[in-house]
Design a protein around this ligand. Structure first.
Ligand code: HEM
Length: 365
């Protein structure tokens, strides 16, 4: 319970006396205060506040989606809250520049006093990852240790509860699975897509054969690449081979959810699909910017401590660099682009379905 008065002043409302008296550089006690340690503390505290805001916004979106029916009006609200998370992530990336005004030598003035403390232990960062949908078995380990090994039992309980879901990945997958339109009495999306895809591949092969300026060997390399892509696309569109890929971990969404995401991406110009497309785009951006932060943080770490071990005991830059690839959550949405076909070659939708996908007034006019 807070003891803020009913008509608080600026300072009371923001509890500034508590916030501004929460920076205690450990170097002060050594008799050799390190000037930049205050910046180091403030930067970390600012991140933790932003993590709190992300968890707050993400939590509200998960609540809206964690049910069998999502009120269409909520999708607009979800998109704007998720978009806010993207903007916060951009700020998190920019903020690294402020930290980099501290040179590696300045950092050495107090780094040895921090052994044992590391951003690796940030509970809120782990909650963000879990609530987005990073799977426990996907996480990189170092020295065979779990990320929660150093938490108290109460902290561990809090963080592990967020591993149980629902995550953003879970709710988006379920929402996609409920997408109608993939098979109606007059339209079968998979069949129509495969026909259009086959036509596109045949045209591209004919163009490649007719291309002057390439040697036979170069053409053969390109043909092989195109055959490889074609085989991949066909295995995605076949439920059984898709599920085999899924078992190997090559894709994560269920087949039905993947098809719905593809449908939304291909027919995003249809009025009813505008918002679903924005939702998928913003989810992809959240993943993209979190990874950009990971990459940016890993470069900053290289610059600050070179190849030294981290204060949390990891291999430092090397470990962080690997998380960039390994800790992606929505790779399926990125890979969808492999399956896109140009608008001009999209299978035409039956009139009835096109009407269902349009706003009513479009057809009354
Ligand atoms: C001089 C500045 C910094 C250095 C040298 C640094 C170094 C490191 C290192 C080496 C790790 C790997 C774990 C370990 O062995 O400690 C790590 C992880 C981490 N750091 Fe930093 N860090 C810095 C600033 C920050 C800031 C400002 C934040 C913001 C909260 C932060 C958040 C994190 C997080 C969340 C992890 C865990 C990443 C993961 O496991 O995916 N770090 N840091």
């Amino acid at each position: 319970m807070s003891d803020i008065p009913l008509k608080p002043t600026y300072g009371q409302y923001l509890e500034l006396d508590r916030i501004l008296s929460s920076q205690h550089p450990v170097s002060d006690a050594t008799g050799k205060p390190a000037h930049d340690e205050l910046l180091f503390i403030i930067i970390h505290q600012a991140y933790e506040l932003w993590f709190k805001q992300i968890i707050h916004d993400l939590g509200s979106v998960l609540d809206m989606f964690d049910r069998n029916f999502v009120d269409e009006r909520n999708i607009g609200i979800a998109v704007s809250r998720l978009h806010r998370i993207v903007e916060i992530e951009k700020l998190m990336i920019e903020q690294i520049k402020v930290l980099e005004t501290m040179t590696p030598l300045d950092f050495l003035d107090f780094r040895n006093l921090l052994t044992g403390a590391s951003g690796f232990q940030s509970m809120q960062f782990r909650i963000v990852e879990n609530r987005l949908g990073l799977r426990p078995d996907q996480r990189l380990k170092y020295a065979q240790r779990d990320y929660h090994a150093e938490y108290s039992s109460r902290e561990r309980e809090t963080v592990l509860a967020t591993e149980q879901g629902p995550s953003l990945f879970d709710v988006i997958e379920r929402w996609l699975e409920r997408t109608p339109f993939l098979a109606t009495s007059s339209f079968n999306f998979v069949d129509a897509y495969l026909k259009a895809f086959g036509r596109m591949v045949a045209t591209q092969r004919a163009e490649l054969d007719a291309l002057s300026g390439l040697t036979d060997e170069e053409k053969s390399v390109r043909r092989k690449m195109s055959e490889h892509t074609e085989a991949y696309v066909r295995s995605i569109l076949d439920e059984r081979s898709y599920n085999e890929l899924r078992e190997k971990g090559a894709v994560r969404l269920s087949w039905r959810a993947y098809l719905a995401a593809l449908f939304i991406n291909l027919y995003r110009d249809q009025p009813i699909l505008h918002l679903p497309f924005q939702l998928l785009s913003v989810v992809l951006e959240i993943d993209e910017y979190l990874n950009l932060w990971r990459y940016r943080h890993s470069l900053m770490v290289l610059r600050m401590i070179g190849a030294r071990m981290g204060t949390g005991g990891s291999s430092g830059h090397d470990y962080l660099k690997q998380t960039v690839e390994q800790h992606r959550i929505f790779s399926d949405l990125f890979n969808l682009s492999t399956l896109l076909i140009p608008r001009s070659e999209l299978p035409e939708l039956p009139a009835e379905l096109a009407r269902d996908l349009g706003f009513c007034f479009t057809f009354r006019a």
